[in-house]
Design a protein around this ligand. Structure first.
Ligand SMILES: CC(C)(COP(=O)(O)OP(=O)(O)OC[C@H]1O[C@@H](n2cnc3c(N)ncnc32)[C@H](O)[C@@H]1OP(=O)(O)O)[C@@H](O)C(=O)NCCC(=O)NCCSC(=O)C[C@@](O)(CC(=O)O)C(=O)O
Ligand SMILES: [Mg+2]
Length: 291
């Protein structure tokens, strides 16, 4: 069954309380962060804490990621090595700017998998695109390795690299968002939208999440438990959508039995792409436990 990645909750890896409590809030995914949420002084101790947490806790219903430091920093390679040894199976690579960045991680993972005696390709990659160069190269990044399960957008760093400020309306992000969604869709992987830093601005957050779903993102990175419910309700098909999708599928099955490929349902045309979209709604509904 398709894994739902509606929410990816960032959890600073130096915070034992948050590390322990994160699954209680039921995000689809948790990203333990060793990059920007961790100061230089704490990079090693946060990694040690996360290694212990991965060995100790069962995060049964959440997909676990770690955002490691970029491989060109003094911490990145050790982050990957130690965490994979401790059981990590999904690496979020920040500052993915070129296909080379992904390929370098792929090579390192292959080495580690060999050392650990686990199958090549076990560890997956989510490439975080958060610079102008990364956005330009999104298509190549998305297909740089068979390990790719998705690409994500990081708007705070992105606006820094284009010399802009992040606005509430987000016009400055529109082109990058579209490019990331297209690159992911063409590669057959998930696109994950960026975080919204103002945890008090519920209205702005909801509007941004709505817009991300419309653009084609599979989900959104979040920084606070309060943001999870909002994203889940937006990225989970409504009862009406599911009901309509089931009717579309049933109507086309009846039509096909009569040798028809296109029909009308409630005055609207139903053909191949519309059926595919209905099937996607049903898949999402099943993933969310609605069916
Ligand atoms: C913002 C704040 C400090 C507020 O904390 P506060 O404690 O004031 O919040 P409160 O409301 O008091 O919390 C109530 C209760 O919830 C618990 N609780 C809160 N947050 C929780 C959580 N995340 N996980 C589990 N538990 C949590 C808390 O422990 C408390 O539990 P308890 O004490 O038991 O009652 C906190 O949320 C937080 O640290 N967030 C994550 C920040 C982070 O990781 N940033 C880096 C990633 S973005 C980035 O880097 C940009 C990017 O790279 C993005 C890209 O690439 O995508 C780009 O470029 O755009
Ligand atoms: Mg960033």
């Amino acid at each position: 069954m398709k894994k739902l990645r509606r929410t990816m909750l960032f959890v600073p890896a130096n915070n034992p309380n948050m590390i322990m409590n994160a699954p209680v809030f039921k995000p689809d995914c948790i990203i333990f962060d060793l990059e920007d949420a961790i100061s230089l002084k704490e990079k090693d101790s946060a990694r040690d804490l996360l290694v212990e947490a991965l060995k100790t806790f069962e995060y049964c219903n959440c997909e676990i990621f770690a955002r490691v430091n970029p491989l060109y920093t003094p911490f990145g390679k050790d982050d990957v090595r130690e965490l994979v040894k401790a059981g990590l199976r999904n690496v979020r690579l920040p500052m993915s700017e070129t296909d080379e960045d992904i390929k370098n991680l792929d090579v390192l993972l292959t080495e580690i998998e060999k050392d650990l005696g686990i199958d090549r390709g076990t560890v997956k990659i989510l490439g975080a695109i958060e610079t102008a160069k990364g956005v330009i190269n999104a298509e190549k990044i998305a297909v740089a390795s068979s390990r790719m399960l998705g690409i994500s957008f990081g708007a705070e760093d992105f606006t820094r690299t284009i010399g802009s400020e992040r606005s509430r309306e987000g016009e400055e992000l529109f082109v990058a968002r579209c490019k990331i969604v297209l690159a992911a869709a063409a590669a057959g992987i998930d696109a994950i939208d960026t975080v919204y830093a103002d945890i008090e601005d519920e209205e702005g957050f909801e509007r941004e999440a709505q817009s991300a779903r419309k653009l084609g993102f599979a989900g959104k990175s979040v920084i606070h438990p309060r943001q999870i419910g909002v994203v889940h309700s937006i990225f989970t098909p409504s009862k009406e959508e599911v009901y309509r999708a089931l009717r579309v599928i049933s109507a086309i099955q009846e039509a096909e039995a009569k040798g028809l490929g296109v029909i009308a349902l409630d005055g609207k045309m139903i053909d191949g792409p519309i059926v595919d979209k209905a099937e996607r709604i049903v898949t999402l509904a099943k993933g969310a436990g609605l069916l």
